[in-house]
Design a protein around this ligand. Sequence first.
Ligand SMILES: NC(=O)c1ccc[n+]([C@@H]2O[C@H](COP(=O)([O-])OP(=O)(O)OC[C@H]3O[C@@H](n4cnc5c(N)ncnc54)[C@H](OP(=O)(O)O)[C@@H]3O)[C@@H](O)[C@H]2O)c1
Length: 268
Amino acid sequence: MSGLVMPSGWFVGCGNMGGAMVAGWVKAGVDLSALTAISPSGRDIPGVAVSTDLPDGEPEWVWLGHKPYQVEEVAAKVAPRIGAHTVILSILAGVECASLRRLFPEARAIVRLMPNLPVSDGEGVTGLYSDDADPALRDEISAIVGKLGFAPWGEHEADLTAISTVAGSGPAYVARFIAAMARQAEALGLPAEIAQRLALETVAGTGVMARASGEAMGPLATRVASPGGSTEAGLKVLDGDAGMDDLVARTVEAARRRTEEMAAAARD
Ligand SMILES: NC(=O)c1ccc[n+]([C@@H]2O[C@H](COP(=O)([O-])OP(=O)(O)OC[C@H]3O[C@@H](n4cnc5c(N)ncnc54)[C@H](OP(=O)(O)O)[C@@H]3O)[C@@H](O)[C@H]2O)c1
């Protein structure tokens, strides 16, 4: 055990992402004995008690981990059960603090979190934002969420959109990059299994090396690419017109636009 104890409460909708957070806390030794996951199907969620309905008693913390479009329906059931001491912690993409405050008027504080899937291994990124959490509560949340990886507080709520569209969605983009690298390794003659592993280890190893050294990406790339060599020839393609920067800009912009649409729908 890490000595950290999760405050009593509920994780309402603990699927892909909620389950990843629970897995990360279990691996970090956080005591989850006071947390109940609310799952309509009642399916097993390793590391945490599961209930198909809201348990008795007033929760200290309520995590919202269902789909964003379900927020009105869930709030209709949860809001009458919370008191002035209850903190709402929402991972719902695009549902803003003002919308949550309207749905949970009694709550002590509203906190938004934008996690990504590597939280399951304590290697995640979780953006945090609140306009009404006091410093003591922020410290408490940082301690718990910090067990899942890097967990910066945004200064403005819009920072969460940036964190969500880059880090929240990021593992999907990186997965596509790894798959594309693997396909090319296979096209050059390697067996599929080795091609896949080689692409994955290249991305993971580069991340580990860059994190350990703190080196900026420009010099890191230069260290691999000798002038006039093969890597430099490849980089010219990535750095060219409609290359990596353009592709990533269009990808992130599409995700940002969709986040804005979802936020607008939740405001209605
Ligand atoms: N996936 C990501 O990378 C990511 C990143 C950042 C934020 N998020 C946010 O995380 C949230 C969940 O996404 P997800 O990918 O984890 O979805 P998911 O796997 O479909 O999980 C949603 C969970 O909600 C539960 N649920 C369904 N109806 C419910 C209800 N009426 N009341 C309470 N719980 C209900 C489901 O329970 P059963 O299993 O029992 O049916 C399911 O486990 C979304 O709001 C999303 O915006 C996701």
